[in-house]
Design a binder for this molecule. Structure first.
Ligand code: THU
Length: 127
């Protein structure tokens, strides 16, 4: 199995999702090959919930990770779970058009580019 998918599945085990019950894991590979993982962390106010993708990204950035190459996202869903809109915007900002692998617990995967999920993004090039 792809080590990034493996890391996303492992991170999912730590998900704090008592409100939705929907557990997500993400793993991001940086330019030096280091893997940074994260899980969703929910909050009783709901709105303060952090998605797995952003937890992985912010952990990575705060530990010096740069030049991200790809991300894997794992959830327990027959229909593979794509990143939410907010995560697409944040991933674009830090990672550009990276490879995104969606995975579930049955070993199903799909790999696509972030630009396919997030066409015509707004970014710093417009400022
Ligand atoms: N969630 C993620 O962590 N990543 C996604 O791409 C979609 C949604 C989380 C947020 C919340 O804890 C739960 O899944 C239900 O929305």
């Amino acid at each position: 199995m792809d080590r990034l998918v493996e890391a996303a599945l492992a991170a999912r085990e730590y998900a704090h999702a008592p409100f939705s019950g929907f557990r997500v894991g993400a793993a991001l590979e940086d330019g030096s090959g280091r893997v940074h993982s994260g899980c969703n962390v929910e909050n009783a106010t709901y709105g303060l919930t952090q998605c797995a993708e952003r937890v992985a990204l912010y952990k990575a950035v705060s530990e010096g990770g740069r030049g991200f190459r790809r991300i894997a996202i794992a959830a327990d869903n027959a229909v593979l779970t794509p990143p939410c809109g907010a995560c697409r915007q944040i991933l674009w900002e830090f990672c550009g058009d990276i490879e995104v692998t969606l995975a579930n617990l049955e070993g199903k995967t799909e790999t696509l580019r972030l630009s396919a999920l997030f066409p015509r993004p707004f970014d710093a090039s417009y400022l």
